[in-house]
Design a protein around this ligand. Sequence first.
Ligand SMILES: Cc1cc2nc3c(=O)[nH]c(=O)nc-3n(C[C@H](O)[C@H](O)[C@H](O)COP(=O)(O)OP(=O)(O)OC[C@H]3O[C@@H](n4cnc5c(N)ncnc54)[C@H](O)[C@@H]3O)c2cc1C
Length: 460
Amino acid sequence: MTARRLVVIGGGISGLAAAWAARQEAVRAQRGLEVLVLERGGQVGGKANSVARDGWLVEGGPSGYLSGRPEMDGLVEEIGLAHDRVPANRAARVRFLYRAGRIRRVLPNPVGLLTEGILGPLGVARMLAEPFVPRRRETNDDESVWSFAARRLGPQVADRMVLPMALGIFAGDARRLSLRAAFPRMAALEREHGSVIRGMIARRGSTSSGALTSLRHGMQQLPRALAERGGFTVRCNAGVRALRRTEDGWSVVVEGDTEAIPADGVVLAGEPWAMAPLLRPHDEQAAAELAGIACPPVGVVALGFGPAAAAKLPVGFGLLVARGEGFRMLGTLWETHLYEGRGPVGHLLVRAMFGGAVDPDAGALSESELAALARAEVAKLYGVSDTPLLEHVVRVPRAIPQYEIGHPARVERITTAIDALPGLSITGNGLRGVAFADAASDGVRVGHAAARRLTEPGLL
Ligand SMILES: Cc1cc2nc3c(=O)[nH]c(=O)nc-3n(C[C@H](O)[C@H](O)[C@H](O)COP(=O)(O)OP(=O)(O)OC[C@H]3O[C@@H](n4cnc5c(N)ncnc54)[C@H](O)[C@@H]3O)c2cc1C
């Protein structure tokens, strides 16, 4: 019997994780399964894009991930990168917020929030009353992240803390993001404990929320390692332009190829907007649902400075900037404070983020405009006006998927439609978690399932 073939469309972390897991499953089941990853770009990694330059290590996309998810942790270990993990420095626990005209330290306790002026006395009192706020009636209605925070913790927490937090994680607007999709653990705290504060106390010590971690050569090291030694084939510069059904499977058409690639199974692992046209001929409604997941642009500007500039910043993870303060920057990550090896010793590497759902026009700015904006705002925020030793701009025209209200139901409709198409599966950070570890873990689960279906022929 000839080996079956699984084609994975998209060589970001989710596609590569799916390919790896599919091969693992086939080896375990002692069945032949050829796995081919087709990637439109010139290299693997997708949004993970790490560049080493003159002693700096600059990330164009993710700079770290949260450990603690078994699929993600297993992937890192089994591909041989356990010793390349770089834990975040202790300093990363300290976070800052620019609000009402100055930089404020976000201390995780009511007194700290009050003394730093993040919340006023009424805001703190309202937050502390949260355990007495009745639990929401069980309902299938989705709720925005902002409304949940305002309802449970009060409008000051929602406006002053939750809005900037959504900028930091999603480059998104907490008023439009779905609580159940974007912060499922928060929703679970209310459901299971009747209160966020009571739930957090009850869960203290019982569950690990994971540790912020990176990799020695940057986050792209994991996709590269998977492509090199994951046991599957990767073709770069191979953009898939059509997906056709055949009598016994699928036929994958790559731009520029004269012959289509026959496949027994296909995993869609590209961005939702990129997978929608491939799905359209097979399910127009599901394709429209996929295309409806907004991915606004983000501009990332990395600036490297010498030790004199480094001394001007407090030590910490970075700074989020509340809207309405006269800055376009969503926030800055202080990369050299976060991880070892991100720049020459004693130097400072910061990454400023622009755009997202709250300022999509930033996506129209050119690289030089973004760089000038970042330099000006870094000078205004931190008093660092030195000429940067390093300047690296990455424009991501469609960056982070926005899980807007209704996202869980949308995902349900998409997956139901795809499950009805034999041999087809879908992964990627557009559906079940936007973070790198979410995408990797989802890829592993989807890859295993796809291979199981193909290596148990009766089920296909
Ligand atoms: C600026 C930025 C910063 C981020 N920071 C963090 C962070 O600090 N921590 C964190 O956990 N997460 C972060 N993320 C999120 C993280 O990068 C993603 O969760 C993850 O990289 C998504 O991986 P993916 O494989 O699902 O998608 P992608 O990385 O988008 O990969 C999809 C791939 O599919 C390919 N493709 C699309 N269409 C086709 C086609 N037709 N044919 C062939 N190939 C195709 C694309 O070229 C691409 O390579 C950040 C994201 C951005 C944009």
